[in-house]
Design a protein around this ligand. Structure first.
Ligand code: FES
Length: 155
């Protein structure tokens, strides 16, 4: 069952007190998500659903040369899952201005710490965000290795 279904089901009985369930960091990123949206002509893009059915999609723009590649811009979209939205927001904030190699070293644990923790049942939201980041960087590397393909890129 997705977190949206969980949230809706719990609202049938009683409204959960979000402040008891989530850290201030999670609530802030969920209510004021940074870097939300798609990027056109991104240098890297990946995403999709995790095992729970909720999804994260990510886009990056990269500048620099082979020895110094910097993520200039990173955006994401997600379902209404509080964990996924807060992870996408915090992670895109973390990697903006960061070298690609450095971004590859970020772990789900580091992301959870940045948010001040996540409830155990939503630990996988951070795992999904990190997987999405690594897939996005992999897509960037593949595009860079075959730059001609970008000529045919639709978005
Ligand atoms: Fe599955 Fe958040 S509950 S990604």
């Amino acid at each position: 069952m997705s977190s949206l279904e969980n949230n809706l089901n719990s609202q049938d009985h009683e409204t959960p007190d979000l402040k008891q369930l989530y850290s201030p960091g999670v609530i802030d990123h969920w209510q004021n998500p940074r870097n939300l949206g798609r990027l056109t002509r991104a240098d890297g893009h990946a995403g999709g659903p995790g095992p729970c059915g909720d999804s994260i999609w990510m886009w990056i723009k990269v500048s620099g040369n082979k020895n110094h590649e910097v993520i200039d811009q990173a955006t994401f979209i997600s379902d209404v899952c509080i964990g996924a939205v807060s992870c996408g927001s915090a992670l895109t904030e973390m990697i903006t201005g960061m070298e690609v190699q450095q971004a590859m070293q970020i772990t789900a644990e580091m992301l959870r710490e940045k948010l001040g923790g996540l409830p155990e049942r939503e630990h996988h939201c951070a795992d999904l965000a990190i997987k999405t980041l690594k897939d996005t960087i992999r897509d960037y590397h593949e595009k860079r290795a075959a730059g001609w393909k970008q000529l045919y890129q639709q978005s």
